[in-house]
Design a protein around this ligand. Structure first.
Ligand code: AMP
Length: 532
């Protein structure tokens, strides 16, 4: 099949040809004709399948007739992260080279004033993250009643990040008669419910399962002790990896992104970092430096990195094994793209074995050990961190909290100083380029004036339903009257940095026994006080 057969406009076809694409990918071949016909589409596809063009190309064709009015965008694309939103904007620039379309980007961490000016001019395409979009809408700066096409991209990721209530609100603000193009890599029940509620007789197109890893990727497990020895294992891998051109290194928590980033920087590696707490400029600087080869290594959290399209990554390292097996598939999918070969190594400590079992079950294959297996690993050196792990609690062991403890809601003591002194997560700034890797690069971030000084009521950081006591510090910005019933606890909580002290997970069972309290009489007045 060729692009000519899909019904796209001449201008779009010319831009596609200029991009060098000759054959539509399966999601493009199947989704574009339905999208052009105005039908709702449910695309079950992950990044790397060409799904961005599957919605961008028909949108451009359809936008050729009609004009945008001030404050009333004609189409809306919702993306879970700022980077993905910026990536979609680039697609409009590329495929819309022959069009006169006004594209506006509404993402957090960027000045309101510039964004407002673009919307005032009239946007044909509005690409937004949910929080910033609702901010604009609630301030009366944006009317969604002119939306003709709504795209919801990476819906399962929105779910992970706690954005589903926002998506539901946005769906109710756009006209009932709009066309909806909905994309998700997986279809958990919450997402199915959303599609049943907001899609009208959609064409369902499924192109790849999240459980498949490309055959072009060589995978390996590397046994290691924890703590500082794990960082040494990573360094050895980086120094010895065959054909290493560049690599993405995944950590489960942003605190570890900071630690690994600083450690690699200290050891002279050209490295950058990417996680949800960095400001937008620093995130884009890291990403650009990695894409253009100024740095070879990028230490990331899942939240920041999933879905990013970086075409030529030779290696992926899982510094931490992901606790959710599908994340393994997404992470290693950063390499071996478009038929290229790639290598993915996962560093495994004693407590990780069960996660590996889950991953191997999901991908339906065994992953070989690279070097000695965990059982053959010599004991940790006396006095090393692994002998006295710095945290005995779940965080150090890569675990999610047990439900009972989650509900405790008690304050925890400050975290003890880590063994290797690192600067706070917030201090990560622009990456250390190859030439300047020795000096510390922290100052610019602190000097940088925040562009956006207006209060942002919503945060694009992952949210929680706040039932877990660990999030008691957060302000829940949800509108009143909304129920939590259908909201899943965000899986990727990039901010899982609460220290574990005392017993950690090892709570004696007698302390966990339920305590039966005798009912006491409470006056109506006292009850009212409590509710407040
Ligand atoms: P996506 O899944 O949208 O993130 O796209 C993955 C990559 O595939 C991007 O780098 C696109 O530029 C590229 N791509 C999209 N469509 C095609 C196509 N028809 N042929 C070859 N590459 C494509």
């Amino acid at each position: 099949m060729t692009f000519d057969e899909l019904g796209l406009s001449e201008k779009v076809l010319q831009a596609v040809a200029a991009s060098g694409y000759t054959t539509p990918t399966p999601i493009q071949a199947q989704a574009i004709p339905h999208a052009l016909a105005g039908r709702d589409v449910l695309g079950i596809a992950q990044t790397g399948t060409g799904k961005t063009a599957a919605f961008t190309l028909p949108m451009l064709s359809r936008l050729e007739s009609g004009r945008a009015r001030a404050r009333m965008p004609r189409t809306l694309i919702l993306e879970p992260t700022r980077e993905l939103a910026a990536q979609v904007e680039e697609s409009f620039v590329k495929y819309g080279a022959n069009h006169k379309v006004n594209v506006a980007l509404l993402i957090g961490g960027v000045s309101f004033a510039d964004q407002e000016a673009k919307i005032m001019r009239g946007a044909d395409v509005l690409i937004a993250t949910p929080g910033r979009l609702l901010d604009f809408s609630e301030r009366g700066k944006l009317l969604l009643t002119g939306i003709e096409i709504l795209v919801i991209d990476e819906a399962d990721r929105m779910l992970d990040m706690g954005f589903i209530p926002d998506i539901e609100r946005i769906c109710k603000l756009v006209p009932f008669t709009r066309q909806t193009l909905f994309f998700s890599a997986t279809m958990p029940p919450e997402i199915t419910r959303l599609t049943e509620q907001f899609l009208h007789n959609p064409a369902r197109i499924e192109v790849a399962k999240a459980a498949t890893t490309a055959s072009t990727i060589t995978q390996g497990l590397v046994a290691s002790h924890g703590g500082g020895q794990k960082r040494e294992t990573l360094r050895q891998l980086l120094r010895g990896a065959e054909g290493l051109k560049n690599a993405i290194i995944f950590c489960n928590r942003k605190s570890d992104v900071a630690i690994v980033y600083k450690s690699l920087q200290k050891h002279g590696f050209p490295v950058g970092a990417l996680h949800g707490d960095m400001d937008q400029r620093a995130r884009m600087a890291s990403l650009d430096a990695f894409k253009n080869g100024a740095i070879d290594l990028l230490v990331c959290s899942d939240v920041a990195a999933r879905g990013l399209d970086i075409p030529d990554v030779s290696h992926v390292f899982n510094f931490d094994v992901p606790t959710h097996a599908e994340d393994y598939v997404h992470r290693i999918g950063r390499t071996g793209r478009a038929g290229r070969s790639g290598t993915a190594y996962s560093i495994i400590t004693r407590s990780d074995q069960r996660y590996i079992d889950d991953i191997e079950k999901l991908i339906a294959r065994k992953i070989d050990w690279f070097g000695p297996a965990l059982v053959d690993l010599p004991p940790a050196e006396p006095g090393s961190e692994d002998e006295h792990p710095r945290g005995r609690g779940r965080r150090e062991r890569n675990e999610r909290p047990a439900r009972g403890r989650e509900r405790e809601g008690r304050e925890r003591a400050p975290r003890p100083a880590p063994v290797e002194a690192v600067e706070p997560v917030e201090a990560i700034a622009a990456p250390a380029p190859r030439e300047e890797r020795a000096p510390r690069q922290q100052e610019p971030r602190q000097q940088e004036a925040r562009q956006d000084t207006r209060p942002e009521r919503r945060s694009e950081a992952p949210r929680s339903d706040n039932r877990g006591g660990r999030d008691a510090r957060r302000v829940d910005a949800r509108p009143e009257g909304r129920t939590d019933r259908n909201e899943r606890r965000p899986r990727h909580r990039d901010d899982d940095d609460v220290p574990v002290v005392g017993l950690g997970d090892h709570v004696p069972s007698f302390l966990l026994r339920p305590v039966v309290l005798k009912p006491i009489k409470v006056s109506a007045e006292a009850e009212a006080d409590t509710e407040e």
